[in-house]
Ligand binder design. Structure first.
Ligand code: BDP
Length: 325
């Protein structure tokens, strides 16, 4: 995979421009594993344009897309350390470090997109946002972003538990994900998303699991996958966050402006996401990918022990999610 590793030495940097009326300019470093036109990345780039306009260029955002700053475990660490200012990251690795916010990483926890939006926009979403900010993670939560639902990306059709038996499948770095696929009888392997293409190609793994846009932009078809088996087992939202180290150095006005623009970016990404899913579906189908319906019941049943094991620590949240209509 063409994952460029770019060494970025100066992280947030200030430039003194002009002479008498010198104004300190701050460029926030933002990171995403996805390319610049992906919904999450595009929304943050647009947020940066607005930030620059609304501060007459005093504040702006420089996006490093396509994993240039490293995989998600690495960028999480860099954001904690203050080397990245703004991070868009999947909730999966966040939950890997902070188990108490892992409720969204459970299998079959949301009914559909509408249900997930209501949960994220409601009390449960606010509680987890606060938990992230108040935790030792070193992040200030700015917003949720959509990532749809994840299904199986396979070389052979997989529509039953029998088909999935022993299949080497790549998972994100999160114990719930691993236990889910063990419960489903597969052979899960943790890898950064940037290694999935080569691993599929070389046969290190037989399968991946993700949403349509990542299937599309990561070019998994070229790596030999031909099926999108619609298990929709996870609906893991994305998190947009600011480095706490850097946040504490901003004025209250700047914090308020960034918070407001992040909320706008969250709303914009939802629209971009829905459009991008459709485009990706069309592109994948035109490349010959078959979208296979799956009877989800056996998958839901087989993963009940996982919801039981991990759900204990957040049984109230689970109940609230279920009760969200
Ligand atoms: C994508 C998420 C991205 C993750 C990736 C993964 O948008 O943040 O890195 O999945 O599977 O859907 O690692």
């Amino acid at each position: 995979m063409l994952r460029r590793k770019l060494a970025v030495s100066a992280l947030t940097f200030s430039l003194l421009m002009g002479s008498a009326a010198a104004m300190a300019k701050t460029v926030f470093i933002a990171s995403d594993v996805h390319p610049a036109d992906y919904p999450t990345t595009a929304a943050v780039i647009h947020m940066g344009e607005k930030l620059s306009q609304q501060t007459d260029g005093r504040l702006s955002i420089r996006m490093f897309p396509s994993g240039q700053m490293g995989d998600e475990s690495t960028t999480l660490e860099k954001t904690r350390a203050g080397a990245i200012d703004i991070l868009r990251v999947s909730m999966s690795p966040v939950g890997g470090i902070l188990p108490q916010v892992s409720v969204f990483n459970m299998p079959f926890v949301f009914r559909d997109t509408d249900h997930q939006h209501k949960v994220l926009d409601g009390d449960v979403g606010s509680k987890l946002a606060k938990e992230i900010t108040d935790s030792k993670l070193g992040l200030v939560f700015l917003g949720w972003m959509d990532a749809g639902s994840r299904s199986l990306i396979t070389k052979k059709p997989i529509t039953t538990l029998e088909d999935l038996k022993g299949v080497k499948i790549r998972l994100q770095n999160n114990p719930i994900g691993l236990d889910t696929f063990k419960a489903l009888g597969a052979n899960p392997i943790v890898l950064p998303v940037g290694d999935v293409f080569a691993s599929l190609q070389t046969g290190v793994i037989d399968a991946a699991e993700n949403n349509e846009p990542t299937f599309d932009t990561e070019n998994y078809v070229v790596a030999g996958t031909k099926y999108f088996d619609l298990t929709e087992h996870f609906m893991i939202p994305e998190v947009l966050a600011f480095s706490k180290r850097k946040w504490s150095k901003l004025s209250a006005e700047d914090q308020a402006l960034i918070t407001k623009l992040a909320q706008e970016a969250q709303a914009e990404e939802r629209v971009l996401w829905a459009e991008y899913v459709e485009k990706s579906k069309q592109r994948l189908q035109s490349q010959g990918v078959k979208f296979l319906p799956v009877d989800k019941k056996p998958f839901v049943d087989a993963t009940a022990p996982v919801r039981e094991k991990y759900g204990k620590q957040f049984s109230e949240l689970m109940q609230e999610i279920q009760d969200t209509k």
